[in-house]
Design a protein around this ligand. Structure first.
Ligand code: HEC
Length: 344
C-alpha cells in the first residue's frame, strides 16, 4: 500500500521533471523503471548482475545492446522498446515465445535472476517502452509507440563479425547436437541427466546391482563412448566440452577476433578443459564402482560423482577465495556462459 503510494509519487515527480526537461533520456529511463512492479527496479547490484546474465543468455539473439540485432534467431525483439508490462515479461522469459526458448525449465533462470535481467533491461528503456503492468495503470501511455524515439545509432546496420558464428554454435545452435541446440545447452542437459542418476546411485545403499546400473546411466550421459546405452541424449558432456574448446579456438583465430574475443576465449577454453577433466574422473569412479562389491563404498564414490557434476555445472571454488573463476580446477559451464557473454 505504502509502496504503491510511493511509486505513484515517484512517477508523478518523474513525469513532472520529464515535461520540464523534454526529451532528457536519463529522466525518461528512471521514470520507466519507477513504474515497473519489478521488486529489483533501480537496484544497482541487481542491474549489474542482470547485465551479466543478460549477456550470457539473451544477448546472442536480442543483441548485446538489447536492440534486437543479435545473431541467434531472426525477429528477436528490440527489448529497449519492450512495452507489454512486467508480468508478461516474466511469463515470456519462463515459457519462451513462438520461437524463443523457455528459461523456466532445464536452462532455468530463477525468479531473482529474471528480475535482475528485468532491472537491467529497464535501464535501457527508450521512449515507447513500458514495464508497468497494464492493470497497474502506468503513466507512460502518452510516450508509448512514439516513432520519433528511435535511436538512430541502433538503426544503423551492423556488419556481423566472423567470430560470432562460432560463439553462436556454443550458445544458440550447433548442427550435430540433438535438437540442434547450442553446445552449452546440450552440455547442461547431459549433466542434468548424469546428476539425476548419480543421485539415485548415491542414495541406493542396499543393492549393488542397482548402483552399478545407475552408474552406467551416469556414464552414458557423461560420455556415451564409455557406455552405449542409457537415458542420456547420446551426445555426452565430454564431447560437448571438447566441441566448446574447438569452437572457441576457431573464434579466436578468425581474422576479425578482437582482444575481447581472445581474452575470453582463453577463459572459456580453460573452463571447458576443467569439464573434460571432471568427466574423466567420473568415468574412472564408474570403473571403481563396477569393480567393487560393497554398496557402502560404491555409494561413497557415487557421492563424489555428484560433486563433480555440480562442478561441471557451476564450477568449483577450489582455492576457497569465495568466487569461482575460469582458472584450472575452477571454471565450469556457468563460467563458460558468463565469459562468452562478456565478449564485445
Ligand atoms: C535463441 C534466441 C533467443 C534467446 C536466447 C532469447 N530470446 Fe527473447 N525472443 C526471441 C525471439 C525470436 C522473440 C520474438 C518472437 C518470439 O516470441 O519467439 C523473443 C521475444 C522476447 C520477449 C518479448 C518481446 C515483446 O515485445 O513481446 C522478451 C521480453 C524476451 N524475448 C526476453 C528475453 C530474455 C530476457 C532473454 C534471456 C533470458 C531472451 N529473451 C533470450 C529470441 C530469443
Amino acid at each position: 500500500m505504502k509502496q504503491t503510494v510511493f511509486k505513484a509519487l515517484v512517477a508523478a515527480a518523474a513525469l513532472l521533471v520529464l515535461s520540464v526537461a523534454g526529451s532528457n533520456l536519463m529522466t525518461s529511463r528512471s521514470a520507466l523503471a519507477a513504474e515497473s512492479p519489478n521488486p529489483l527496479s533501480g537496484n544497482k547490484d541487481a542491474i549489474k548482475a542482470g547485465q551479466t546474465i543478460y549477456r550470457a543468455n539473451c544477448g546472442l539473439c536480442h543483441g548485446m545492446r538489447a536492440n534486437g540485432r543479435g545473431r541467434g534467431l531472426p525477429n528477436s525483439a528490440d527489448l529497449r522498446k519492450y512495452k507489454r508490462g512486467y508480468s508478461k515479461y516474466v511469463y515470456t522469459v519462463k515459457n519462451g515465445g513462438k520461437t524463443m526458448p523457455p528459461f523456466g525449465g532445464m536452462k532455468a533462470l530463477d525468479d531473482t535472476e529474471i528480475d535482475q535481467v528485468g532491472a537491467y533491461l529497464e535501464t535501457l528503456a527508450i521512449r515507447g517502452a513500458k514495464w508497468a503492468d497494464p492493470a497497474e495503470g502506468g503513466g507512460t501511455e502518452g510516450a508509448a509507440a512514439d516513432p520519433a524515439a528511435r535511436d538512430p545509432a541502433a538503426e544503423a546496420a551492423t556488419a556481423l563479425p566472423e567470430y560470432q558464428a562460432h560463439l553462436d554454435h556454443i550458445m544458440v545452435s550447433w548442427g550435430d547436437t540433438p535438437g540442434k541446440v547450442g553446445l552449452a545447452t546440450i552440455l547442461e542437459q547431459e549433466a542434468e541427466i548424469a546428476g539425476q542418476h548419480a543421485g539415485f546411485a548415491a542414495s541406493d545403499l542396499e543393492d549393488m546391482d542397482n548402483i552399478i546400473l545407475h552408474t552406467a546411466h551416469v556414464r552414458h550421459a557423461i560420455d556415451p563412448t564409455t557406455e552405449a546405452a542409457g537415458p542420456g541424449k547420446n551426445y555426452g558432456v565430454a564431447k560437448a566440452a571438447a566441441e566448446i574448446v574447438a569452437h572457441m579456438d576457431m573464434a579466436r583465430q578468425t581474422a576479425d577476433a578482437t582482444d575481447s574475443v581472445k581474452t575470453h576465449a582463453e577463459h572459456v577454453i580453460s573452463s571447458a578443459n576443467n569439464i573434460t577433466a571432471w568427466s574423466k574422473k567420473i568415468v574412472g569412479l564408474g570403473d571403481q564402482i563396477r569393480g567393487g562389491t560393497s554398496p557402502i563404498s560404491a555409494a561413497f564414490y557415487a557421492e563424489e560423482i555428484v560433486a563433480y557434476i555440480q562442478w561441471i555445472l557451476n564450477g568449483n571454488d577450489a582455492d576457497g577465495d569465495g568466487t569461482v573463476s575460469w582458472t584450472k580446477g575452477e571454471g565450469g559451464l556457468a563460467q563458460i556462459r558468463a565469459h562468452v557473454g562478456y565478449i564485445e
